[in-house]
Design a protein around this ligand. Structure first.
Ligand SMILES: Cc1cc2nc3c(=O)[nH]c(=O)nc-3n(C[C@H](O)[C@H](O)[C@H](O)COP(=O)(O)OP(=O)(O)OC[C@H]3O[C@@H](n4cnc5c(N)ncnc54)[C@H](O)[C@@H]3O)c2cc1C
Length: 263
């Protein structure tokens, strides 16, 4: 990641905020891998208006990076230039009506799946095993066990680099395999999902089955990239890794899993 370095800039360089603006924040440590450098500046907006006003006033030349749960992000040792934005409590609202759920983009997938259980909404159980947040899931079209975000998304709301709000229907997201085509500098702030009415105990049972399947097939508590590798069309990433003789390959502190998941 290149771009303008604002590390030495005083906080007064930035627009006034209600959230938290922190210099040299060790964000690498808070990703799934737990490695990598610091964000020159970390902004944790109080809410959507705070984020919109900040983006509108931030000089366009300052690079902006958004980080969700860090489950699909490896921060380089040199850190992240410019401003890194992480959505916290002000973006974790959950509300349900008519088999639909509106979720803030900072909501953990697991919390969304649990909320669906209590709301009696089926169809979102697959998210319980995908680490990360709604924002990261929208960007990556996260999926597991035959379902993806694109199958349950009604619409998403995003802010562009100038802080303007946009609402995108699922069809406008340009979803592909583990990706979406939305401009890379747009920040998702909220999403609306649709499931179907379900008996809470049955939804909870399905969720427990998924969690058990995952525990049996993946080292989910280790500092692993999980399903980070994309499968090639018609093939499996693990087969390619195996064929290249990389199973168990170690370089420094990085290791290719000796027991790769074949699911
Ligand atoms: C153990 C393990 C298992 C995994 N299993 C699966 C799996 O089964 N299926 C699967 O699909 N993935 C899986 N993954 C990958 C990961 O869980 C998903 O990609 C998830 O969607 C990442 O979400 P995140 O919030 O952590 O995103 P991050 O890693 O923080 O970010 C990923 C991308 O999303 C962008 N982003 C994050 N938040 C926003 C936002 N609010 N607005 C715009 N862009 C944003 C970031 O800029 C970055 O480009 C696994 C990862 C691990 C570590």
């Amino acid at each position: 990641m290149g771009g303008l370095t604002v590390a030495a800039a005083p906080a007064s360089t930035f627009p006034p905020v209600r959230g938290r603006l922190t210099a040299s924040a060790p964000v690498g440590r808070h990703t799934w891998f737990g490695v990598g450098g610091a964000a020159e500046w970390l902004f944790q907006p109080a809410d959507r208006d705070d984020l919109a006003q900040f983006l509108a006033a931030l000089p366009p030349i300052v690079p902006v990076t958004v980080l969700g749960g860090g489950a699909n992000t490896l921060v380089r040792d040199g850190g992240i230039p410019g401003v890194t934005i992480r959505l916290g409590r002000g973006f974790s609202r959950l509300a349900a009506a008519n088999a639909e759920i509106v979720a803030g983009a900072g909501t953990l997938h697991l919390n969304l799946a649990r909320f669906a259980v209590t709301a009696g909404i089926a169809g979102l159980e697959f998210l319980c095993g995908v680490p990360g947040t709604v924002g990261g899931g929208l960007r990556m079209n996260a999926g597991a066990y035959g379902r993806e975000i694109k199958d349950v998304l009604v619409s998403a709301t995003a802010l562009d680099r100038a802080g303007r709000e946009h609402r995108l229907d699922a069809a406008e997201m340009g979803f592909g395999y583990r990706c979406s085509a939305v401009a890379s500098d747009w920040i998702f702030v909220e999403a609306r999902f649709r499931g179907e009415p379900g008996e809470p105990s049955a939804v909870a049972r399905r969720m427990a089955e998924i969690r058990a399947l995952r525990e049996a097939s993946q080292p989910i508590r280790a500092r692993t990239g999980g399903s980070t590798f994309r499968n090639p069309p018609g093939g499996s990433a693990w087969r390619l890794i195996e064929a290249a003789g990389c199973r168990g390959l170690r370089r420094g502190g990085a290791l290719v899993s000796p027991s790769m998941s074949t699911s």
